[in-house]
Ligand binder design. Structure first.
Ligand code: ZN
Length: 320
């Protein structure tokens, strides 16, 4: 497929804000897909920033990467978000982080950001919200968990039983990079890495107030464990209430095979972190929120959390 410009894509989307159909006082002031793309377009209009399409989803929706900073910089940071469709606070945090980076582009460092990877899933969640459906979604349009489809420590697992009921939880797909969204991310980062060393990488998810380090697919510590732990600890020190741990040790017995976190570290030797943003938005004070999957993963005040997280993560993505 030929590359699609962000502006052409934006112009073709129906301009109906999420607030037209959803009581944002109840779920939080989040943005629908078109509003996210408009936000990306606004960021890309800044000096030194550019956006290009890097591929497309199962349903043919273009995926966009925003790049910032000198093209001949010796090092780069990769930022990705929105692998899991219901974790909207991660996307908001990525956009808040990019706003800071665009306002003051880093010197001597390239930023490559793909702030919304699971575009089909995001739009499905948006349709759920607009229709008033309370539905949990985890996979892409084919039900594959995009954070289990990367080559490093990949393990094929067919969706069945409980896994299918959980909307694709841990279903890694038939083979590594079987999903066009993950293949596009890896191809884009591989291209960057041929000329620039990706030495820092960040992936944004929710929930749990955790800063996770590789490996997710192995219990053993990676060789670079001290470097990874030091980076996680410096971020954690700026985020009260957060903890830092190796991903596979977070929940005993629950390893993640084929995670982006492991691949970003293994493929590029990047100091890679996965942040599980916030504690979500389900609260006993509001019983309705306990049966609303969107609320489990997303706090009702996204701007405040996204700003706090962006401020805490900014030094890391700047390589400081
Ligand atoms: Zn996630």
């Amino acid at each position: 497929m030929s590359p699609v410009s962000l502006h052409a894509h934006l112009a073709a989307l129906p301009p109906r804000p999420l607030a037209d159909d959803v009581d944002l006082a109840r779920v939080g002031a989040y943005r629908g897909y078109r509003e996210v793309i408009a936000g990306l377009a606004a960021l890309a209009a800044g000096p030194g920033a550019s956006v290009r399409s890097i591929g497309s989803s199962v349903r043919g929706v273009p995926l966009f990467a925003l790049e910032l900073g000198a093209a001949d910089a010796p090092v780069a940071t990769a930022i990705i978000a929105g692998l899991h469709p219901i974790e909207w606070i991660g996307v908001e945090t990525a956009l808040a982080l990019l706003a800071r980076l665009c306002a003051r582009p880093p010197e001597g460092r390239r930023i490559v950001a793909i702030p919304l990877v699971n575009v089909d899933g995001y739009q499905a969640v948006e349709a759920d919200l607009r229709a008033g459906r309370r539905r949990f979604r985890r996979g892409n349009a084919r039900g594959v968990d995009l954070n289990r489809n990367y080559p490093t420590h990949f393990r094929a697992a067919a969706p069945h039983g409980l896994r299918a009921a959980l909307g694709g939880w841990n279903h890694g797909g038939p083979h590594p990079l079987s999903e066009p969204e993950c293949a596009a991310v890896v191809a884009a980062l591989d291209t960057v890495s041929t000329r620039t060393r990706i030495d820092h990488a960040l992936s944004l998810h929710s929930i749990g107030r955790m800063i996770l380090t590789p490996w997710g697919g192995r219990l053993r510590r990676p060789e670079a464990a001290p470097r990874l732990a030091a980076a996680a600890e410096s971020v954690r020190a700026r985020l009260p209430g957060y903890r830092a741990v190796q991903s596979s040790w977070w929940v005993p017995g629950l390893r993640g095979h084929g995670m982006e976190l492991d691949h970003l570290h293994a493929a590029y030797d990047a100091t890679a972190l996965l942040v599980e943003c916030t504690g979500g938005g389900a609260t006993l004070r509001e019983p309705r929120s306990l049966v609303h999957p969107f609320r489990w993963f997303n706090p009702p005040d996204p701007a405040r959390h996204a700003e706090q997280l962006a401020g805490a993560l900014e030094p890391f993505v700047r390589g400081q």
